[in-house]
Design a protein around this ligand. Structure first.
Ligand code: ADP
Ligand code: MG
Length: 562
């Protein structure tokens, strides 16, 4: 047997561990939720790998998570018969290098969230929460498919270093032993552990059994009956489930500590048979805008977890949706590649999209405050759908919210319907202004004439807005969208006779000056005109009708596109 080898954690991990030990005082008991959730993931992955790798052998031992406590040794043990880890995987997953969420987690612990351990799971560093209650953690593991001699033991006191050694391990899987800190003895108690498991892990679909080890206490061992429900929540009938059940399950699959804004649960039968349990979170995850952001929905086939979606089950613009899709039609050995072009998947996808959009529409109609919150968190993501999902463009357009010259606030709370309802007599266009920032939009001279006439203008200042106006095919509900910074401002029937006369007079009066300016700007400006679009600014630059919108042109230049 090889000697233990010592490794040093990266500074960021050490900082994280230090925090675990000294600063996280509320929701301490979530360490158990995190370890059980890892165990359950490991069992899911083992079931999945077995489908494609006969060499892993038959699934003889039924999947199980064991939680044990030992009063004499002052330990809590969490053991699973899941996929396990190789030595390299141990180093990668819980070893030297900080995982991507480490820094975000450290940053999130400010204000009223200071000291709250419950946040940890969402940042992908849940394993380390073991150090909230333990001053030494030992993890023994063996990868499924590896020889018994290829077991690995990882051990650390959370003070900057860990050791690794090779060990024999009869079964694949992982066992984690927590040596409790002074003062955490109350956890060595059957009743306490049972209630923690029921509180946080009831919806784990693998049975969790609880037992006592060692001399004292062993007599009151819990036996073999699972502490949790151990059934897949989404397979249960709706009328048996409470909002609390749904919320707990949401927390389990997302590691999000807050309740979701809304959810939908549908069992669909017919040509294809599938169940959807989809949630709209109440806040954006830290990695919503990162290219490798974790995906929202998990695909199950007949309750077996298959994979996490990477954009095939739900389109990218709904990547904030979390939840489970369980199909009865796909083969158990379905791969990512097979999802592409599968009729069942296409069907599920379009039905899931329609249902999510309907859920959002209901929220917008019936719970506008909630919807405003949704829009703040995910509006910019949903906007991508205007360009990405032509089939549902109209439904998405109804969900859009904009800032406009109508409201005094900077809130994006104006829908296209609101706008159209407020349109002036004779107005036939929806006016908008694209600008790099909201401040620039508000200060734009292009608005002057519209303000004077009391015509509302939508102020679009997000990068994605360019695609929104192009994607809307310049039209909503039969009304053309018109940039106020483009072409000759055409008020159509809104201009009265007197104004037209005045404009003609002005053109005549200033013909000389315009001629000189044209000469001076020859080759630089397309045209120079006397304009009625300004009321206080002396001059402004406008894009030619046919030209690319100026703001868009600036952005394209900035993005390095030709
Ligand atoms: P997350 O679960 O969000 O990935 P964690 O810090 O909880 O983050 O776990 C880190 C990684 O360690 C997991 O992604 C997994 O690869 C590995 N791991 C943790 N616990 C186990 C386990 N019981 N069995 C197998 N792998 C595990
Ligand atoms: Mg985890």
């Amino acid at each position: 047997q090889a000697d233990a080898e010592t490794f040093t954690f990266q500074a960021e991990v050490t900082q994280l561990l230090d925090l675990m030990a000294h600063s996280l005082y509320s929701n301490k008991e979530i360490f158990l939720r995190e370890l059980i959730s890892n165990a359950s993931d490991a069992i899911d992955r083992s079931r999945f790998e077995r489908l494609s790798r006969p060499d892993l052998g038959e699934d003889d031992a039924p999947p199980r998570i064991r939680v044990e406590y030992d009063k004499d040794a002052r330990t809590i043990t969490v053991a699973d018969n899941g996929i396990g880890m190789s030595r390299a995987e141990v180093i990668d997953n819980i070893g030297t290098i900080a995982r991507s969420g480490t820094a975000e987690f450290l940053r999130s612990l400010s204000g009223d969230r200071r000291g709250d351990a419950a946040l940890i799971g969402q940042f992908g560093v849940g394993f380390y929460s073991a150090f909230v209650v333990a001053d030494r953690v030992t993890l023994t593991t063996r990868r499924a498919g590896a020889a018994a001699a290829e077991g690995v033991r990882w051990s650390s006191d959370g003070k900057g270093e860990y050791t690794l050694e090779a060990v024999e391990r009869a079964e694949p899987g992982t066992t984690i032993v927590l040596h409790l800190r002074e003062g955490e003895e109350d956890l060595l108690n059957e009743h306490r552990l049972r209630s923690i498991i029921q509180k946080y892990s009831d919806h784990i679909s693998v049975p969790i059994v609880l037992g006592a080890q060692g001399g004292s206490g062993a007599d009151q061992a819990g036996g073999d009956s699972p502490v949790n429900q151990a059934s897949a929540l989404w397979t249960r009938p709706k009328n048996e489930l409470t909002e609390r059940d749904y919320h707990d399950f949401y927390r389990h699959i997302t590691n999000d500590f807050s309740d979701p804004l809304a959810y939908l649960h549908a069992k669909v039968e017919g040509r294809y048979e599938y169940t959807l349990l989809l949630y709209i979170p109440s806040h954006a995850p830290y990695d919503l805008w990162m290219p490798q952001a974790r995906r929202g929905v998990r695909l199950h086939v007949q309750r077996v977890f298959i994979l996490e979606d990477d954009g095939r089950l739900l389109p990218r613009y709904l990547r904030f949706v979390r939840g489970v899709i369980d199909s009865a039609d796909l083969p158990l050995n379905v791969s990512r590649e097979m999802l592409q072009g599968s009729r069942a998947v296409d069907h599920i996808r379009s039905s899931a999209v329609k249902r999510v959009l309907r859920l959002l529409k209901d929220m917008a109609d019936n719970e506008p405050d909630k919807y405003a919150e949704f829009w703040k968190q995910f509006g910019s993501v949903l906007k991508e759908g205007i360009a990405d999902d032509p089939a549902n463009r109209e439904d998405i357009a109804e969900l859009l919210r904009f800032t406009s010259t109508h409201s005094a606030t900077q809130e994006a709370d104006v829908s296209l319907h609101d706008y159209v309802d407020r349109m002036k007599e004779g107005q036939d266009k929806i006016y908008y202004l694209l600008a790099p920032t909201l401040a620039a939009a508000t200060a734009s001279p292009h608005l002057e004439a519209f303000r004077k006439k009391g015509i509302e203008v939508l102020l679009l200042s997000e990068a994605v807005d360019n695609w929104v106006v192009t994607g809307l095919l310049q039209e909503f509900g039969g009304k053309r969208l018109q940039s106020v910074a483009q072409g000759v401002p055409d008020f159509g029937d809104l201009a009265d006779e007197a104004e037209k006369k005045e404009a003609e007079q002005a053109s005549a009066d200033y013909a000389d000056l315009v001629g000189k300016l044209k000469e001076a700007l020859a080759g630089k400006a397309w045209d120079v005109r006397v304009s009625s679009r300004l009321t206080t600014s002396p001059a402004c630059i406008v894009a030619n009708e046919a030209d690319t919108e100026l703001t868009l042109a600036r952005r394209l230049r900035g993005s390095g596109l030709p």
